[in-house]
Design a protein. Sequence first.
Length: 313
Amino acid sequence: MNAQEVPMPGGRLTQEDRRLIATWLKDGLGYAEIARRLGRPTSTISREVARNSGRSGYRAEEANRVTGERARRRKPQPRAVPVVENGYGRDPEAVRAFETDFAEMIVATGLPRMTARVLACLAVSDDGVLTAAELARRLQVSPASISNAVAYLEAQAMLKRERDGRREQYVIDEEMPQRVWAESVRSNQEWVRISRQGAEVLGVATPAGARLDDLSRFHARIDDVMHDDRVAVFAGDALTVLAALLHAGRGLSLVALASALEWSTERVAAALRVAEEHPHIAGPVRVDCRDGEYRAVPLVERLTGAQLAALGS
């Protein structure tokens, strides 16, 4: 890569950027290649050329002049209106700063920026209820932007719609955390279901099948914690019992296990139940019970025929 091809930093296009664009266009380079050389998105280059090309094509000096004039004519955007109603004596600038920080935190979790701004705006509202018009006015955006953000939040159970006469309003209430939790549980169960299906279709002895099997076990562990924190409590005990069975190398009764571990039979029984009902905790080992004796049995299904042969099975 020569000196002209070193990617430039992000931000507005400079006069030098525009000079290079004009030169490379004359050389017959496409938008994607020009974007690569400047370290910019292809859309930035295509938009720049489309907006600033005249009858004689794209000229760097003319593009720079027109862009400067356009920037001078552009009206400053009004700042978002902070939520300071109900006479609590809040500092409007402090509220505005917090709302911005809150939205930025939500963006960092993966939500689109406008969605995050809508959620933050509702969250700092004392009533937790705003109409589309109120949201658009506070955030200084179009109603269409609000509509798209609300649709996303509603699908994620982060807000709900209500009718107030002829007006539709959006609500964040005290039940919102429970709705989000329930949706998270449902979503996680879908991960368990589809990854298990993939493991069965692909075969756990194949790399892709094993990967999906591991994924299903990971989400199943999350599901256990979501549904029953006792599973998390007894998961360590289950692993200890499995380690004891593997070390013994023979079947052991409940009483024998309890005696060896110096645990109560109730504790051992709970650990065995967790290992049996939640096999992902045990990984490639399962519990087998025959004639009142428990054994730790490897899941050889995870091994290919060649691997089993090499191990002497």
